[in-house]
Design a protein around this ligand. Structure first.
Ligand SMILES: [Zn+2]
Length: 200
C-alpha cells in the first residue's frame, strides 16, 4: 500500500526467545514506537505470542504494510533495527538503522516507497494508454488497456461506444493536452479527450 494511504505505515516485529530477551526487546520496541508516534507515523507493534517472526513477516506483507521494523536481542545490543521495505523483497529492501533518531529514517524510507509506487503506477498507466486514430484502432486499444480519445460529450456516443466495444467512459482528465479533434465515434468536432476502458 502507498504509505500515504496505509492504515499502518510501519509494523514493529519484536524477536525473542527467552523471557529475558523478551523484556529487553519489548522495552526497545516501546521506545521506538513512541518516537514514531511523536513523528505522526502510523505504527503498530506485533506483540503476539506463539507466532514465529516469519509468520508475522508474511502476515504483515500480505496486508501490505509498507515498512517492517525488526528488532531482536542483537539489534538491542547494537542500538539498531532492521528496516524491510514491502515494495523491495529480500536483501535489497533491507537496511540497518540506529534506534536513536529512527523517526527520520522511517520518514525517509516511507517517502522513498511512496515515490517508487507512484512511479511504478504511472509507468504502468503510460504503457497501457493508447491514442487511437480511428474507431478500429479504438476497438483494439480497449482490448489492451485505456484509450485516450477526442469525445464530443454526447451521451449517445458514450452509449454506442459501450455497445460496440464494452468500453465505458472512465474520466475526462482535468489536464487536457489542448487542441481540438474529431470525436472518435461520431466524427463531430470535439474539444476534450476522454479516457475509455473496459471494466474488469
Ligand atoms: Zn461523438
Amino acid at each position: 500500500m502507498p504509505p500515504k494511504l496505509a492504515p499502518f505505515q510501519a509494523v514493529i516485529v519484536p524477536i525473542w526467545k527467552s523471557d529475558e530477551e523478551k523484556a529487553l526487546v519489548f522495552e526497545a520496541a516501546r521506545k521506538i514506537r513512541a518516537q514514531l508516534i511523536a513523528a505522526d507515523i502510523r505504527v503498530k507493534t506485533d506483540e503476539r505470542e506463539g507466532q514465529s517472526p516469519g509468520f508475522k513477516f508474511n502476515d504483515w506483507e500480505m496486508r501490505g504494510v509498507p515498512l517492517r521494523i525488526e528488532i531482536g536481542p542483537k539489534d538491542v545490543a547494537k542500538g539498531s533495527v532492521v528496516l524491510a521495505r514491502r515494495d523491495k523483497p529480500g536483501k535489497e529492501g533491507k537496511s540497518f538503522v540506529a534506534q536513536e533518531g529512527i523517526a527520520a529514517a522511517v520518514q525517509t524510507a516511507l517517502g522513498d516507497i511512496q515515490k517508487a509506487l507512484y512511479e511504478r503506477a504511472l509507468a504502468f498507466r503510460k504503457a497501457n494508454t493508447f491514442d487511437p486514430k480511428n474507431f478500429e484502432e479504438f476497438r483494439a486499444a480497449v482490448e489492451k488497456g485505456f484509450a485516450n480519445s477526442f469525445y464530443c460529450g454526447s451521451a449517445r456516443c458514450e452509449e454506442q461506444i459501450k455497445e460496440a466495444t464494452k468500453a465505458t467512459l472512465r474520466c475526462i482528465p482535468l489536464e487536457q493536452q489542448g487542441g481540438t479533434g474529431a470525436c472518435i465515434f461520431c466524427g463531430q468536432a470535439a474539444k476534450v479527450r476522454a479516457i475509455f476502458a473496459r471494466a474488469y
